[in-house]
Design a protein around this ligand. Structure first.
Ligand code: NI
Length: 386
């Protein structure tokens, strides 16, 4: 295992790759140029096996060590977001309305950098499977890669992930055992009243007033019905009513998301959002239609693999730069599906004081590249130590 200085030689080359990916962002499963770029680089490093077209544009590549042993997987996501970039940088997005606002360009470049290092050095037993997945942002790409059978087909025994985090210093890492990122669910709620003239509210059943009470009422599920020691976030984010100043609409459409860290809270939220909305609406002579969809599950780091990740990071940057008891984040991550399929852990990599993820002013910090590459290399040389 090596400290960070051993990986700095890869910075200029991986910075060029990262910026090239940044200039040409692609969305969801339609990552044809990105996946082509990744496959071409992997072939040029002399990896032992490349399979493309998994879950449309996903890739798994294998690098064999210098003697027999188990296979572990390292995962990067490759997709961008439908955001208009606000940047004057020379490598800003050349595709209008699309940008790498979550740093998946950096994640892809770092896993390629690690592939180059590992294919050249091979100081490990067993094999490394490099997973490049599509469609993390829609929350399904990771699930589809698992459903495509990659864990069994490549005999993967453990799986590791990494995500950059603005606000953590470059060269620092954060991780915790157990839940580290939240489950995500989405709901649609239609409040069905009776429309009419805004001047005669008593002849209508105004769904706007009822919707307003429901929005406030849902927050009481968080503050009054959930233990203060357990995290539940309910956010109503969409609200559609009439299009005129003088019309009471027939219905109001609400939608939003629910985030939880404890599996039982998902059932609670699903049942109680409906009960509260129905109770409020029926009290005023209205009713509701309700739909609730489970998206990504809680991302749960396994204890043994978290310890291995901490060890790999500490050997790279020293103990003082690795926080092994970071607070979980309420964002979600489709790597959760891979951690349901195999033991593993995801770690946060400092991106410095940049704009936040998904912000039009965000950019992956190229100074972080050698840290991500070194972390991957150390994970392999720790878990598959000779
Ligand atoms: Ni992301």
């Amino acid at each position: 295992m090596n400290s960070i200085e051993a990986f700095r030689y890869l910075q200029p080359e991986t910075t060029a790759w990262r910026r090239q990916l940044h200039e040409h962002p692609e969305l969801e499963y339609r990552l044809y140029n990105t996946a082509g770029f990744v496959a071409e680089k992997l072939a040029s490093f002399g990896v032992d096996h490349i399979e493309t077209g998994i879950a449309e544009t996903g890739i798994v590549a294998l690098i064999e060590g210098c003697k027999n042993g188990p296979t572990i997987a390292l995962r990067a996501d490759m997709d961008a977001l439908p955001i208009i970039e606000q940047s004057k940088k020379s490598w800003c997005s050349k595709v209008p309305g699309k940008m790498h606002a979550c740093g998946h360009d950096g994640h892809t470049a770092m896993l390629l950098g690690a592939a180059k290092y590992l294919a050249a050095s091979r100081r490990f037993k067993g094999s490394v499977a490099l997973i490049f997945q599509p469609a993390e942002e829609s929350g399904e790409g990771g699930q589809r890669m698992v459903q495509a059978g990659i864990m069994d087909r490549f005999s993967i025994s453990k799986v590791f992930g990494l995500h950059n985090v603005p606000g953590i210093e470059v060269g620092h890492f954060g991780i915790c055992q157990g839940p580290i990122m939240a489950a995500l669910d989405e709901f649609d709620l239609i409040v069905k009243g009776r429309g009419g003239h805004a001047a005669k509210p008593h002849e209508a059943i105004d769904p706007v007033v009822i919707a307003a009470q429901i929005i406030v009422g849902l927050q009481a599920l968080v503050s009054r019905r959930t233990s203060p020691m357990e995290a539940l976030v309910i956010s109503v984010t969409k609200l559609n009513a009439a299009q005129a100043y003088n019309v009471i609409p027939d219905q109001v459409d609400l939608a939003g998301s629910v985030r939880t860290l404890v599996p039982g809270l998902r059932e609670f939220a699903q049942g109680q959002i409906l009960a509260a909305a129905q109770g409020i609406a029926r009290g005023f002579g209205a009713d509701v239609d309700f739909e609730y969809r489970r998206c990504a599950p809680v991302t749960i780091n396994h204890p043994g693999e978290t310890d291995l990740a901490v060890k790999a990071a500490r050997n790279l940057v020293g103990s003082a730069c690795v926080d092994e008891k970071i607070s979980p984040r309420m964002g979600s991550e489709d790597f959760a599906y891979m951690l349901e399929a195999r033991p593993g852990a995801v770690i946060f990599l400092g991106n410095g004081s940049t704009a936040s993820l998904h912000h039009p002013g965000y950019d992956f910090n190229d100074e972080a590249l050698p840290y991500g590459i070194g972390y991957w290399a150390n994970v392999v040389e720790t878990v598959l130590a000779l």
